[in-house]
Design a protein around this ligand. Sequence first.
Ligand code: COA
Length: 330
Amino acid sequence: MSVDINTRIIGTGKYKAEGVLTNHDLEKMVDTSDQWITERTGISERRIAPKDVATSDMAAGAVKEALDMAGKKPDDIDMIICGTVTGDMPLPSTAAMIQKKIGASNMCPAFDVSAACAGFIYGLSVADAFIKTGKAKTVAIVGTEMLTRFMDFEDRNTCVLFGDGAGAVIATADQSDRGILSTHLYTDSSLTAALQIPGGGSLEPASAETIANRRHFIQMEGREVFKVAVKYLSDAAETAVKANGYSVDDVNVVSAHQANMRILSAVSKRVNIPLEKFALNLKYYGNTSSASIPISLDEAVREGKVSENDLVLMIALGGGISWGSALIKW
Ligand code: COA
């Protein structure tokens, strides 16, 4: 493996779904309150995509924006990696749909990675490996989720949490010392049942019964996930920084998956990185799973909050339980 190749992010983009569902709207749908949602999660509203928009449409919009920023054309991309658990359909991959919708005609490999809310970091890690081994040069990595279509709007435990959206980056082989310094990926399979969509797969194929039993919606044991989230995310953050010979004080920007403000506040305290360094938009988007990091990263980049040579730390955790980190010299 050549050590001279680095993986540098040269473009970011997002798709911001048009519709807005506020906490007050939800008060009319389930037994909840704006106060409960705000205090327990930090979410005020979430975005909802129009009915005629698919997960791959949002992704394609995000990739096109990222390509524009990178100054690249669709056919310059030689790999498309899509993190999603709410793809257009089980077969084919959402990444294949994205290739078509961005207008690429170069038949580059396109595939999905399934790591729930950690899907973007998993995708970034795969892209980094392909680029550093010389097997790919310019890769589009996307996180895209249409979570509101997998939500049980009769279940207040979950329906107040999630939103739709997509974010993307273009990463390319680079000779400078800037780029992805490390990625670390983990899965703890002891908690697979804590966050799942149980119906519609080989275990419980779709049937009138699975539909009647609402098995095609997201189910979550929030408390169980919460317990491990703070520890796993904090440990991942510390490992990423230490592995590269830095201290937490050196981190300029944290781009974290946003599920709950209380989780992020606890991580911030535990690893001693002030919340002011976190790129946050949970209040306006809700939890957008794999899209959460690339959307908030794109907003931070466009607002000028990320400068050349800044140390950017990414951390995410979701169903699996799968989680991970990426440390980037911007
Ligand atoms: N409105 C009002 N009350 C609600 C509610 C809602 N939308 N949702 C749950 N409650 C109630 C519960 O029924 C429970 O009532 P009870 O005490 O009478 O049983 C009470 O509020 C507390 O529920 P609990 O689940 O303990 O709340 P919580 O403080 O753990 O917050 C989550 C719930 C989901 C917000 C929180 O657990 C969480 O963020 N978990 C992690 C999510 C995550 O990181 N997922 C991975 C990435 S997707």
